[in-house]
Write a protein that binds this ligand. Structure first.
Ligand SMILES: [Zn+2]
Length: 181
């Protein structure tokens, strides 16, 4: 616990208390991001966003598993209540979840098997598989009524991002293809 306690003390010592006080009554995030749980991938860092700006759902492999109630609850709340302007899937390079789907032998616990066994690995390289997996999530999101309705009435933009750690880069998938930002 020491790492966390010390970390909080460092955070609290330098936190902008006025800014946090301003967040106390409500949140008005502009974007919802579905990100991987991977500790190296921090959406707020990548998009240089402050607390209150991004509503985040994180799970292993940044999956838009809309058949799961926790995923539905998160999307419903962001889109219908908070009325975020955009919904993005944030995929990344060297994703352990995508790697594990190439060889299902890597799925060695009940939790991982249940979560990832039906995921596909498509493409000739890990990067291709990671990007294809992100695009599949967009397809799933577009079938989900809360997202579909908001998108069709132009209240919601939807896209996927692909973040590369080394060298740092970001690609966006819009209108059917990936391009560098
Ligand atoms: Zn990952």
């Amino acid at each position: 616990m020491k790492e966390l306690k010390d970390g909080f003390k460092r955070f609290a010592a330098k936190a902008d208390r006025e800014f946090y006080a301003g967040l106390n009554s409500a949140q008005h995030p502009h974007t919802m991001i579905i990100s991987c749980s991977d500790s190296r991938i921090i959406p707020e860092y990548i998009f240089d966003a402050k607390p209150g700006e991004i509503f985040v759902l994180r799970n292993v492999g940044n999956l838009a598993r809309t058949e799961e109630s926790s995923v539905r609850a998160c999307i419903d709340y962001a889109v219908r209540h908070l009325k975020v302007k955009r919904l993005a899937v944030l995929a990344h390079n060297q994703c352990g979840a995508v790697k594990a789907t190439e060889d299902k032998e890597h799925l060695d616990t009940e939790g991982l098997i249940k979560w990832l066994e039906k995921e596909e690995y498509t493409g000739d390289s890990l990067a291709e598989a990671e990007k294809a997996q992100a695009v599949r999530q967009l397809g799933k999101l577009m079938e989900y009524p809360a997202v579909k309705d908001a998108f069709e009435t132009k209240k919601l933009e939807i896209c996927a991002f692909y973040f590369n750690l080394d060298p740092i880069s970001l690609e966006v998938f819009e209108n059917g293809s990936w391009r560098n930002i």
